[in-house]
Design a protein around this ligand. Structure first.
Ligand code: CP
Ligand code: NVA
Length: 300
């Protein structure tokens, strides 16, 4: 019987031990890029309905370095933009490419793609989750500080796709997650409730940051929320990660941001460009961890 296709729509799709293995392998590939598995004739299809710098470049460079190919499609240059059903796109594309990474709005679109695809589907960001970024963030934490298990992580700002992926990571990697959001911008209630033993939602950023080993934030208005930008600037004005907030965290606390960042909004220049910040390592790790993910999905 055929093996079931492995997808990566959220962190929960991959067993915890295997996620650890992917992150360890990513660090190994960072040190020794020549060890990467060669995948000639393998093609990664990238379908992006939203903008990207890191995710697209990391996947394309990863495939290049693995001797494979990548194929970038946007809504405008495929029939998806003209209403071809996702179920049909999934069946057709998966007869031609070996793996698909999709960046879209509704998470349910990814689930429909996965249901009808005979090749792995990777979530390259949806409105609800951004699991590829968490591989890179966790890799950066392990590289700088060792095991994240038992540590305290503070999420400051919007209860968005990144925040949801941090909630999943807290469960899988056994850390405490304190989330500070303005009222009305909390993460998904059911997801928080399912992880209530390690996730706490508060409104005071200082309370969340207190004693944190890692402080993380993200933009106040995500892609697709451009029309809410002005209102959000107002609602989030007290949620900036600045030095005063970092001073409440542990003395050796790290700062992370998935990027792109807006200095002077969700983070001060002093923090993102300061000694606690590991944002460039996070960004670089996108490529290493995506190589390790592609190896995992395509070779097992
Ligand atoms: N962090 C991240 O996903 O960046 P891009 O939007 O540039 O891909
Ligand atoms: N929350 C942001 C992350 C960008 C990488 C967004 O969805 O736009």
């Amino acid at each position: 019987m055929d093996k079931p296709v492995k997808h990566f729509l959220t962190l929960l799709d991959i067993p915890q031990a295997d996620l650890h293995g992917i992150i360890k392998r990513a660090s190994e590939l960072k040190q020794n890029p020549e060890l990467v598995t060669s995948m000639p004739r393998k093609t990664l299809g990238l379908i992006f309905e939203k903008s990207s710098t890191r995710t697209r470049v990391a996947f394309e460079v990863a495939m290049n370095q693995m001797d494979g190919r990548s194929l970038f499609l946007t809504t405008g240059d495929s029939q998806l933009g003209r209403g071809e059903p996702i179920e049909d796109m999934a069946r057709v594309l998966s007869r031609m490419v070996d793996v698909l990474a999709i960046r879209t709005f509704e998470h349910s679109k990814l689930e429909r793609f996965a249901e009808f695809s005979s090749v792995p589907i990777i979530n390259a960001l949806s409105d609800d989750f951004h699991p590829c970024q968490l591989l890179a963030d966790l890799q950066a934490y392990f590289e700088h500080r060792g095991d994240i298990s038992g540590k305290r992580v503070a999420w400051i700002g919007d209860g968005n796709n990144m925040c949801h992926s941090y909630i999943n990571a807290a469960r899988l990697f056994d850390f405490e997650l304190a989330i500070a959001c303005p009222p009305g911008f909390e993460p998904n209630e059911a997801l928080v409730a399912a992880n209530a033993d390690r996730v706490q939602v508060v409104s005071d950023p200082g309370e969340a940051a207190l004693g944190a080993d890692l402080v993380v934030t993200d933009v106040w208005a995500s892609m697709g929320q451009e029309a809410e930008q002005a209102d959000r600037m107002h609602s989030f004005s007290e949620y900036q990660v600045n030095q005063a907030l970092m001073d409440k965290a542990a003395t050796d606390a790290l700062f992370m941001h998935c990027l792109p960042a807006h200095r002077g909004e969700e983070v001060s220049a002093e923090v993102i460009d300061g000694p606690a910040s590991v944002v460039w390592d996070e960004a670089e790790n996108r490529m290493h961890s995506q190589k390790a993910l592609l190896e995992y999905l395509l070779t097992q």
